[in-house]
Design a protein around this ligand. Structure first.
Ligand SMILES: [Zn+2]
Length: 494
């Protein structure tokens, strides 16, 4: 290896941007340097995902799908296109989604389609016409299905890789029930699933809100959504779940014969974890100034092995490292032996920046003691471990790393909520990266004007009311002065 070239490479690979002070730069640079996306595709909002991000998203999908299947949802896959006539059947839904829809209107050299086709922005209107055929009697219910796919929305806000794209990857689950109570219970189950997977498996803490009536899913009755906090103090919406009541059943004629043989409307819910967006939040929340810190559960490589040798010891060290590699692989650990032509120092920096949770270093001295040096990315600490105990120790460390990353993320939620009694106090809280809690007239449509006023004055949006705790208002709406019916939370958001 040429010395000066190696110096250059070494410089390039050291990542050092303060995430807290300069999150936008941190995010843009880590997406490029860690080879997560290639932004040169040339179509606004459409971004190729590269192996290092896609391998993790694949694992994240696996975890989500396993959890949904465990709760009796079955997978299926509908076509990407939706005929215009179906998309426009539910009036509120059309109004909410039409401005964002990409249309296919002709084929080849301008041959017009009989009916324009929409690229699905979400699949209610693709799936429900067939649910109307599939659901016949109470025996068919509940019907719990989901699909893993990409959806297309021409976002007006500025796009960012993973966090806001015009095509994104998600799971959408669509469920049909005999009663509204069962539908509401499904919504609660979805919220538990969010906590199990997003917090329990990916280490991302969330706050769950019932959204206001003006911010709910177009066409639904109620929307519940999980928000998490990004390093710049703004919140981002992660999975949301919707109680559709029988609104869509009425629009799409989804009825069933009940036990007394009467034809009645079914009730529906849908749930949409956007895995690519969760990935963007995950890397933002867990990363540090040196780059990514991937949870052990979702890292493409959980362990990277770095051999340390001179020309004389190369063969012996490489054999030793291959031995370690096969031991770890046998115990179902995802491992990569880095035998590329770079210095160990370069490799350390590179894999630290890429966020690999555990590094194993081995050289001639380690061979003598049948040991290896184990390094954990989250705390940057090293220890020496005997090769016999390596698999067990790596798995222990994996758990410890995931716990630690989750706890660090959760600590940002402490003292996050600040009570505010005036618009000035709301603004001041948001400027400090906090979430403001206020007494508010109503989250029914009548409260919309007050919400707009708050947004104009502070840039903050009402995220909704908490459903995990009872909160009783005792005062008046800080905007209109009417008696407050609700306690709501205000944050700046993505
Ligand atoms: Zn008000």
């Amino acid at each position: 290896m040429n010395g000066s070239e190696s110096d250059n490479n070494e410089k390039q690979i050291i990542f050092n941007i303060s995430k807290e002070e300069n999150f936008p730069d941190w995010y843009t640079e880590i997406c490029r340097v860690a080879e997560l996306v290639d932004i040169r595709y040339g179509v606004k909002g459409f971004t190729p995902f590269l192996p290092w991000s896609f391998m993790s998203m694949d694992i994240m999908f696996d975890i989500y799908e396993r959890t949904l299947k465990g709760k009796k949802h079955l997978p299926m896959l509908f076509p990407t296109v939706i005929p215009e006539g179906n998309l426009t059947k539910e009036a509120d839904h059309v109004e909410g989604f039409t401005p964002q829809v990409f249309w296919i209107k002709d084929i080849g050299e301008g041959k017009e389609l009989e009916e324009p086709l929409a690229l699905r922005p979400t699949s209610e209107t693709a799936i429900y016409p067939l649910y109307s055929l599939w659901v016949r009697s109470w025996r068919d219910l509940p019907m719990k299905r989901y699909q893993k796919c990409s959806v297309f929305r021409s976002e007006v806000k500025s796009t960012r890789p993973f966090l806001r794209g015009r095509e994104f990857l998600w799971i959408e689950s669509h469920n049909v029930f005999a009663t509204h109570e069962e539908g509401k219970a499904q919504v609660m189950e979805d919220l538990e699933t969010t906590q199990e997977v997003v917090t329990g498996e990916y280490g991302i803490p969330v706050m769950i809100f019932r959204r206001t009536q003006w911010d709910k899913f177009p066409g639904g009755v109620d929307t519940y959504a999980a928000d998490t906090l990004m390093p710049d103090g703004k919140v981002i919406q992660l999975p949301s779940t919707h109680d559709l009541g029988d609104n869509f059943a009425r629009a799409f004629d989804i009825t069933y014969l009940d036990e007394s043989n009467e034809d009645v409307y079914a009730f529906q819910t849908c749930y949409g974890p956007a895995v690519s967006r969760i990935y963007g939040a995950m890397i933002s929340i867990h990363g540090d100034d040196k780059g990514l810190r991937l949870p052990f559960k979702i890292a493409p490589y959980q362990v990277v092995i770095i051999p340390i040798f001179t020309e004389k010891t190369e063969k012996k060290v490489m054999d030793y490292c291959h031995g370690i590699e096969s031991r770890l692989t046998k115990t179902a650990i995802r491992v990569h032996l880095d035998d590329c032509d770079q210095t160990p120092g370069w490799k350390y920096n590179y894999w630290e920046m890429k966020g690999v949770p555990v590094r194993v270093e081995a050289g001639p001295r380690d061979i003598k003691g049948e040991k290896a040096v184990v390094f954990r990315r989250d705390t940057m600490k090293r220890e020496s471990v005997s090769v016999d105990e390596l698999s067990d120790r790596v798995k222990e460390l994996g758990k410890a790393i995931d716990d630690n990353l989750r706890k660090i993320a959760e600590s940002k939620f402490e003292d996050l909520v600040v009570d505010a009694e005036t618009i000035g106090q709301v603004d001041e809280a948001l400027n400090r990266g906090k979430i403001a809690r206020i007494e508010f007239c109503t989250t029914q449509m009548a409260g919309f004007a007050c919400a707009e006023h708050i947004k104009d004055q502070t840039g903050g949006e009402i995220r909704g009311t908490r459903i995990d705790i009872e909160e009783e208002p005792t005062s008046v709406c800080l905007v209109c002065g009417k008696p407050a019916e609700e306690i709501v939370y205000i944050a700046r958001s993505y």
